[in-house]
Design a protein around this ligand. Structure first.
Ligand code: NQM
Length: 365
């Protein structure tokens, strides 16, 4: 469907958020009709095509992402953030999952577009997470009312350093599944494996790498080349998705599948994450928060491989390109554990600001 936006372009900011990259739009820049919006976004990103050669997508799920940001009518939030995962080789756009990496750019983007006034040296932006419910409070440095991207904070998976963006989550437990432990159990036996199904911002299935016949320290390429492993992970995902109340997750990008093993680099535990078919080069932010939460629950595969000799409130999650620190605290006294604190540090950078021109639709090629 051709729209005015085809000829005029859409105002778009390309940003790196954490270890992902995406196109950020103001909500009123996009079409209100969901099907028309999704068609437009696929043409912006160059989907479906494994190389996304005729669009701005980066030919990987981690670089084929969209943030839609607008003012919030919730008195507890300054802005609303809707995350859209855009397919790469398959034609789909889904709002079924959240993305904590792209979230890192939302506060700076809101200040850049004048949605939120910044303080003298720091901006604090309360972001309502539309995909899942819950709120993230982003705090980051500003100078003369503009976000500062330069800084000294390194995060694994991103070369160099940038300004620190602190994200504190509220109300992320049970974000998609309705409960922190969607099956009601700390450990479930599914397809012959002991796993933990957990949702503290992202539905994740945590399984011991050793139970799947790998060490959990393999490279991303090695894991992606292991077709038996991929088949076993997918079989478990379909079973776990149903057990988590998500129905048939065949076409969905959730739950994420995290293989855990003992740490190898001084962290708390080591992870490899299927998201859900490609293997993450690092780990998703909310995926890491969910895995870290599992590590605090005695009896889970994550707790069993964890080494707690580090600082007690930080869970250092090892992944293929380094480590990711999560601060999470639980009150275990109730019937179901209560998350009392969950936070992370990330970085983001404005890469490009301008107008993007969607690929013409097939009729008009
Ligand atoms: O878990 C990838 C990412 C993500 C999602 C994915 C994310 C999160 O790394 O919050 O950030 O798991 O599909 O960008």
């Amino acid at each position: 469907m051709t729209t005015d936006r085809d000829a005029q372009g859409l105002r778009c900011m390309l940003m790196r958020g954490g270890t992902s990259k995406g196109a950020y739009f103001l909500a009123d820049e996009l079409l209100a009709d969901t099907a028309a919006r999704d068609d437009l976004l696929m043409r912006v990103m160059g989907t479906p095509d494994p190389r996304q050669i005729d669009g701005i997508g980066g030919a990987h799920p981690l670089t084929s992402k969209v943030a839609v940001v607008g003012p919030s009518d919730d008195p507890g939030a300054d802005v609303d953030y809707l995350f859209l995962q855009v397919g790469v080789d398959r034609a789909f756009v889904t709002d079924l999952q959240n993305c904590g990496n792209i979230l890192a750019g939302v506060g700076p983007f809101a200040v850049e577009r004048g949605l939120v006034a910044a303080g003298d040296t720091e901006a604090v932006v309360r972001i309502r997470l539309l995909n899942t419910g819950g709120t993230a409070v982003a705090s980051f440095p500003v100078e003369r009312g503009r976000p500062v991207y330069r800084g000294g904070r390194a995060i694994s998976g991103v070369p160099g350093t940038a300004a620190e963006i602190r994200l504190d989550f509220q109300g992320t437990a049970g974000s998609t599944c309705g409960r922190l432990l969607p099956t009601g159990s700390v450990v479930d036996r599914l397809v012959g494996l002991d796993v933990t199904c957990i949702d503290n911002g992202m539905p994740v299935v945590v399984v011991r790498a050793a139970d799947l016949g790998v060490t959990g320290h393999e490279s991303v390429a090695e894991l992606e080349a292991n077709s038996d492993l991929r088949a076993a992970v997918e079989k478990l995902r379909l079973e776990a998705g149903a057990a988590m109340g998500l129905g048939d997750v065949g076409p969905a990008t959730i739950p994420k599948m995290t293989l855990v093993s003992p740490p190898a680099a001084g962290g708390t535990l080591c992870t490899r994450s299927f998201i859900p078919h490609r293997v993450h080069e690092a780990i998703g932010v909310l995926g890491a928060v969910s895995v870290a939460t599992a590590a605090l629950l005695p009896g889970t595969p994550a707790a069993e491989v964890a080494d707690w000799s580090g600082p007690d409130t930080t869970v250092v999650v090892e992944h293929p390109t380094g480590t990711f620190d999560v601060v999470v605290e639980l009150d275990p006294s109730g019937h179901e554990p209560l998350v009392t604190r969950a936070g992370i540090i990330s970085t983001a950078r404005k890469l490009f600001d301008g107008w993007v021109f969607p690929r013409p639709d097939d009729e008009h090629r």
